[in-house]
Each structure stands twice: as structure tokens, then as C-alpha cells.
Design a protein around this ligand. Structure first.
Ligand code: AHR
Length: 515
């Protein structure tokens, strides 16, 4: 009898509490869009690190087991075309400041080898070089973003690289390119001047690097008759606001189109934790680190506003993503990790942050595309799978080059052991056809949340949607179960009088289309 009473009381209590929780009201102002969400926010990063290039993108022209085009995997090309990859950053990362591009041109059997000292100490045979990368970008329809070697390279090397890739006239490097089989220049637009110059790129101070940047950046433009070179300065790590301050203050803005920022969602550099068997506490801390991006972008932007109120200089988050312990039994220098619903949460929430800061954040690069860190694709010899992060990036590509719609809402908390995080994240845009897309993330590990979207300034009423969620936060796609986590149609919504009511399950990403 006592048991029955307790059950009855519990039900009543749950009902009562359920009725207490009002839906979160999100105001979407469909007629007040001002800023374009630059498609380059959806960029990727491919470093000569572990199995990102070799085995990931590139399997060699002579490979008879894996279908490829000029050595680049066909399955990878097809998947990345689905993502609409707008730009790809290469060849690093830390590797870039040890890379001498002339080692990677000409007959492959005559190229020198080097030691990849940052990543596993393996021998790099330079078989994937400038032609391979830039031709691959053409196949993908992606802009190339080349990271120049400042740490151990010279200004002359950079001048030669720009001339080699971009000059359409007669010049020593353009002629060498033609000798190597490429008549037309590639017209590379994006040039990174060094990488992490405060660390692996040379351990410089901000003040010293600002001068070095001025020197290198001087020689980049002027090699292409139809491409304006965009120069990005190696940026701050996380909350190093001094770095951004010095670059914005000391570099004349005629030499600077963007300043970078790197931020990884890592629990603790000394104890990163496992990629799949993490606890809820570890999940919470990872999300705390991921959501810190909001503060970082806001505060770096505020500094930039001081020196550049017209917002001409881009904030370029050219490395971001989750970073965990490598998979047991794999080379610690290869940074190979699995990818779960936790990564989907990082991706969804981070991309919403970038969208909502579209007035300043104009490029970002997820680290890294294949088999490294928060990858969108994993490969194992001839097998390939798409990670939960891939699915989020694909669902969100509707925002590329769309107009950001201003939103307002009062968040609810996701609580754990007395700690709190905002549970929801939202961004909205309208594309050139007038179609509205709203991306919503609920990072709460346990509670669903009801959301009422108040669409102001539009009478559109045809709704469809997609959802990515799974049974457990720790779920991932493995080679023996590659489609465990995948998107499905979302129909948990009702539209009445211009209000769209949706229920977001725990740890889910939803993208709605309104037309
Ligand atoms: O993405 C892996 C490494 O992280 C990059 O090489 C470096 O720039 C950063 O520290």
C-alpha cells in the first residue's frame, strides 16, 4: 500500500513539475537580418599529421585497392562534396612551420624526404604536395587556405610560393609550375602567415611577431591579376587577449585582412580523458570548454572593434574542436580519436556561436578533416565512415552565405553537481531563396526542452526538419556499425498562429526549414 502511494505521489509530482516548465520562447526577427554568415565559417583543416593526408585524403596514384582520382580517395571526395566544404587549410598546423614547399613539387620519385618532428617523428616522403593539394581543392570546389612557413622559412620562400601558385605571366616560378604540368595558376586567395607563432611556430612574443608579420605580409599580394590575396595573421591561443591587442595595434590594417584564434575543447591538457567512455562530469567539462568560445569570440572581437570599428579585419578561428586521449593502441603522435554525440554537441553549439557572430567571425576551420582530432571522416584501409560531427556540419551547411536573423531568448540551465551551463543554443538564417533555417542544440544530458519559436516578420508556414540524436551520449559510428548515429526526419513540432512549438530531446541537434 505504501509502495502504491509513493508511486502515485511521484507521478503527481512529475506531472506537476512538467506543467511548471514553460517552453523557452525564442524570438526570430525574419525581417531584420543585416549580416551574411560567411560560408568560410564552415571550413576544414588538413595537416600532415597522422593519417589525415596519407590514408585519409590520399592513397597514392598507384593504389589498386581503393578507388581514387589522382590518388585522392573517391569516397572522401564524394562525402566532402556533400558537406559543401568552402575552404581547406593546409599543410598545418605545427607541420607548416617545418614545411618547405619546393620539397613537394616535381617528379615524386625525386622528392626529398623529411622527418615530421611534431607528429610522431615519421618520415614524410612529400608525395602529397602543392599540385596534389590545390588540384584536390579544385575537385572539391573548395578555396585553398595555405599556411606559410614563418618559423623556419624565409620571405623569399613565401614570395616564390605565391608566384608559383598565382602568377599567370612569365616568371621563374610560374615557368617552373608549367614545367611541372600546370599551365593556369590556381589563384590561391587565403594565406596564413605562420601558425601558432607563440608556440610551435617559433615561440615568439606578440610584439616580435607583429614585426615579422609586417615583413612577410608585404610580399604576398601582386601575383594574380584576378585574385585579391587575403592575409591572415597567426592568432591568439584561447584568452590571450594581449596577442590580439598587439596585432591590431601594431600591424597597419592595409597589410592585414584577418587575425586568427585557436581554441580546443579539452578538459585538461594533462588529462584529456577518453573519447568514448567518458563520464557525465567529463562531458559537462568538455561542453563548458566548448561554450567558452562565446566569451572568447566576444572579447577578441571587442578588442578588434577598438582598432577597427568598421569591422574590416576578419576574426578567423582556424583551429577548433574537441581534443581527447588518442584511441588505445594508436600512435600518440597521430591524434586519432573517436567521435561521439558529445562531438555533435560541440559542433552544433560552436557553429551557432560563429553564426551569431557573423559580423566579425568570417572564417573557421574544424580540426581536422580525417582521422585526426574532431574528424568528420574516419578511414580504415578501404573502409570509410561519417562521424556524428560530419552530420552536424552537413545539416548546418544551409547557413552558408545566408543572412543571419537576429534572435533573442532566455536560456534554461543544464545542471550537474551544482554546476550550470546554458542548455540551449540557437541560430537562424534566411537564404537567397527566402527559406529560413533554424539550428537548435540541447546539450542537456537528461532533460528534453520545449521551445516556442516566434517567427516575426514572415508568414511562411511550410515546415520540415532533421534531427541528430542517439540513445547514449557515448554513441559513435564504428567500422562494424557505421550508421549507428545518423540524422532522421524531425516531426516533433506544431505550428499555430506564427508560433512553432518544438520539443528538443536530450543531447540533440535539430535543423528546421521554414518556407
Ligand atoms: O591540430 C593539431 C595541432 O594543434 C596543430 O598542428 C597546432 O596548430 C595546434 O596546436
Amino acid at each position: 500500500m505504501k509502495q502504491l502511494f509513493l508511486t502515485w505521489a511521484l507521478c503527481l509530482c512529475t506531472l506537476f513539475l512538467g506543467a511548471q516548465e514553460d517552453p523557452v520562447i525564442v524570438f526570430i526577427n525574419a525581417d531584420q537580418g543585416q549580416h551574411t554568415i560567411d560560408k568560410h565559417i564552415y571550413g576544414h583543416f588538413a595537416e600532415h599529421l597522422g593519417r589525415c593526408i596519407y590514408g585519409g585524403f590520399y592513397v597514392g596514384e598507384d593504389n589498386e585497392d581503393i578507388p581514387h582520382t589522382n590518388g585522392v580517395r573517391n569516397d572522401v571526395l564524394a562525402a566532402l562534396k556533400d558537406l559543401k566544404v568552402p575552404n581547406l587549410r593546409w599543410p598545418g598546423g605545427c607541420f607548416a612551420d617545418t614545411y618547405h614547399w619546393k620539397d613537394g613539387i616535381g617528379p615524386k620519385d625525386q622528392r626529398p624526404t623529411i622527418v615530421n618532428r611534431w607528429w610522431g617523428g615519421v618520415t614524410e616522403d612529400n608525395s602529397f604536395g602543392t599540385h596534389d593539394f590545390l588540384n584536390m581543392c579544385e575537385m572539391l570546389g573548395a578555396e585553398a587556405y595555405l599556411s606559410a612557413n614563418v618559423g623556419s622559412g624565409t620571405v623569399q620562400e613565401l614570395i616564390d610560393w605565391v608566384q608559383y601558385t598565382n602568377h599567370d605571366g612569365v616568371s621563374p616560378m610560374a615557368d617552373l609550375r608549367r614545367e611541372n604540368g600546370r599551365e593556369e595558376p590556381w589563384n590561391v586567395k587565403f594565406w596564413g602567415i605562420g601558425n601558432e607563432t607563440w608556440g610551435c611556430g617559433g615561440n615568439m612574443t606578440a610584439e616580435y611577431y607583429a614585426n615579422i608579420y609586417r615583413q612577410f605580409a608585404t610580399f604576398v599580394p601582386g601575383w594574380s591579376s584576378n585574385t585579391q590575396a587575403i592575409r591572415y595573421a597567426s592568432g591568439a591561443s584561447d584568452d590571450d587577449y594581449h596577442w590580439t591587442e598587439v596585432l591590431m595595434r601594431d600591424v597597419p590594417h592595409r597589410l592585414l585582412e584577418g587575425v586568427a584564434l585557436h581554441h580546443y575543447s579539452v578538459i585538461d591538457w594533462g588529462a584529456k580523458g577518453p573519447s568514448t567512455t567518458f563520464t557525465e562530469q567529463q562531458y559537462f567539462t568538455t561542453m563548458e570548454r566548448a561554450l567558452l568560445m562565446e566569451e572568447l569570440v566576444t572579447r577578441h572581437s571587442t578588442i578588434m572593434d577598438k582598432y577597427d570599428p568598421d569591422k574590416k579585419v576578419d576574426l578567423v578561428v582556424d583551429e577548433w574542436g574537441g581534443w581527447y586521449d588518442v584511441e588505445p593502441g594508436t600512435n600518440p603522435g597521430f591524434l586519432f580519436q573517436q567521435n561521439t554525440m558529445r562531438d555533435a554537441m560541440i559542433a552544433g553549439a560552436t557553429l551557432n556561436i560563429f553564426n551569431n557572430h557573423a559580423d566579425r567571425v568570417r572564417m573557421a576551420n574544424l580540426a581536422q578533416t580525417i582521422n585526426v582530432l574532431q574528424a568528420v571522416i574516419l578511414t580504415d584501409e578501404e573502409k570509410m565512415l561519417l562521424t556524428p560531427t560530419f552530420h552536424v556540419m552537413r545539416m548546418y551547411n544551409v547557413h552558408q552565405d545566408a543572412t543571419l536573423l537576429p534572435i533573442q531568448f532566455q536560456n534554461v540551465d543544464y545542471e550537474l553537481d551544482g554546476r550550470k551551463l546554458p542548455a540551449l543554443s540557437v541560430s537562424a538564417s534566411q537564404d537567397s531563396m527566402g527559406v529560413i533555417h533554424v539550428s537548435l542544440v540541447n546539450i542537456d544530458a537528461h532533460a528534453s526542452h520545449d521551445v516556442s519559436l516566434l517567427l516575426r516578420g514572415t508568414d511562411k508556414s511550410q515546415i520540415s526538419g532533421e534531427i541528430l540524436t542517439s540513445e547514449n551520449l557515448q554513441d559513435y559510428n564504428a567500422f562494424d556499425n557505421p550508421e549507428k548515429v545518423k540524422p532522421s526526419p524531425f516531426d516533433d513540432y506544431q505550428l499555430s498562429d506564427g508560433t512553432l512549438n518544438v520539443t528538443l530531446p536530450p543531447f540533440s541537434v535539430v535543423v528546421l526549414e521554414v518556407k
